[in-house]
Design a protein around this ligand. Structure first.
Ligand code: NAD
Ligand code: TYD
Length: 354
């Protein structure tokens, strides 16, 4: 049928990070056949992959990771050497409204995928790899000092992070019990193009543009460690190919920002881009009721990934933010499209509760 050297299943490839990973693999490895499996929930959008959709080494398959029959069908249709698993429910605020959906997708879906991979590979693990993409949020919340390392005990505190921690444990359990060749990475907050505008950075950009209130939770003092999404995709590439089996790797930007400082920086960038008076956009900042159980600080120590695999972030934050703002300002159609329908209903329900 084809002469591809290997076929890789990427789940969640129509989402924010997944679309960057799919694009990187399709462009960088013409000899790999990349199969993108996605349920196209509110967060999945095939427009994210328009530029590579007709590449000869790319295939899209619609499907739900919780659907055992559909997953078995795919593992029969293709001979997968590897799985890079990103499909998930990913927004903390949604997990607070509907924890069970996070258990279904993130826990049951991951275990279903592990089962199908294990059965299909049937102990023939030579050259195989199951790569689970996770988050730093599994480690819980830091005080003013310190960093998360790979040895930090798990202490998830939101339904989202609890579901991701649970899926990480299942991945490791399949390694220890069935010798499934796994690797896990835990990454800090990503930013960049195609980020669904319910998350902090794209939400703020969109609201600044439309002169709508900028809802800062609590006092805005919570700290996140921001990483350019393509740097995460590059980390996934090196970990997939060279990470040690059964290991975990932390991925982070060494780039901590208090939410309120970040929002001010975005306002300043956008004042310039939109030729507004300095300070005009910042007047939109509105402090709102805090997120329940809001983790204070995340900060990743990515030394292991740097030491073992030579990875480090490539882009300065200010430059990455400018690029991100430029992308959103010139992709109004994308925003209008993804913010219609389901998302709108959710958004209204969320803010009705405040
Ligand atoms: P996203 O919400 O933008 O995309 C998730 C994708 O998964 C969507 O395309 C959606 O359609 C798909 N999906 C959801 N449920 C599915 C199901 N049942 N079956 C098949 N597909 C399904 O998420 P993201 O921000 O791109 O995150 C991707 C992964 O990276 C997640 O596992 C997340 O936990 C992890 N992660 C995200 C960040 C971040 O800052 N966004 C940081 C670290 C780790
Ligand atoms: P978010 O982008 O939802 O990522 P996460 O909760 O996974 O870190 O939020 C990033 C930070 O921004 C987090 O501290 C919550 C805060 N935040 C706001 O202050 N206002 C908002 O409207 C949103 C969506 C988030």
């Amino acid at each position: 049928m084809n002469n591809f050297s290997k076929t890789i299943l990427i789940t969640g490839g129509a989402g924010f990070i997944g679309s960057h990973v799919v694009r990187l693999f399709v462009n960088k490895y013409p000899a790999y056949n990349i199969v993108n499996l996605d349920a196209l929930t509110y967060a999945g959008n095939l427009e994210n992959l328009k530029d590579i959709e007709s590449a000869p080494n790319y295939v899209f398959e619609k499907g739900d990771i919780t659907d055992e029959g559909r997953m078995q069908e795919l593992f029969t249709k293709y001979v997968f050497e590897g799985v890079i698993h990103l499909a998930a429910e990913s927004h903390v605020d949604r997990s607070i409204l509907d924890p069970l959906q996070f258990v279904r997708t993130n826990v049951l879906g991951t275990v279903n995928l592990l089962n199908v991979a294990r059965k299909s590979w049937n102990g023939q693990y030579e050259g195989k790899r199951f790569y689970h993409v996770s988050t730093d949020e599994v480690y819980g919340s830091l005080g003013e000092q310190g960093f998360f390392t790979e040895e930090t005990p798990y202490d998830p505190r939101s339904p989202y992070s609890a579901s991701k921690a649970s899926s990480d444990h299942f991945v490791m359990a399949y390694h220890h019990t069935y010798h499934l060749p796994v690797v896990i990475s835990n990454c800090s907050n990503n930013y960049g193009s195609h980020h669904f505008p319910e998350k902090l950075i794209p939400l703020m950009i969109n609201n600044i543009k439309n002169q709508k209130p900028l809802p800062v939770y609590g006092k805005g003092e919570n700290v996140r460690d921001w990483l350019w999404v393509d740097d995460h995709a590059r980390a996934i590439d090196v970990i997939y190919h060279n990470g040690r089996e059964g290991e975990k790797y932390n991925v982070g930007g060494f780039n901590e920002w208090k939410n309120i400082d970040l929002v001010h920086l975005l306002c300043a960038i956008m004042d310039k881009k939109l030729q507004r008076e300095p300070g005009e956009s910042a007047r939109l900042i509105t402090y709102v009721t805090d997120r329940p159980g809001h983790d204070l600080r995340y900060a990743i120590d990515a030394t292991k990934l740097n030491r073992e695999l030579g990875w480090k972030p490539s882009l300065q934050f200010e430059e990455g933010l400018e690029k991100t703002v430029d992308w959103y300002l010139s992709n109004e159609d994308w925003i209008n499209h993804v913010t219609s329908g389901d998302y709108k209903n959710y958004y209204e329900a969320l803010y009705d509760q405040r």
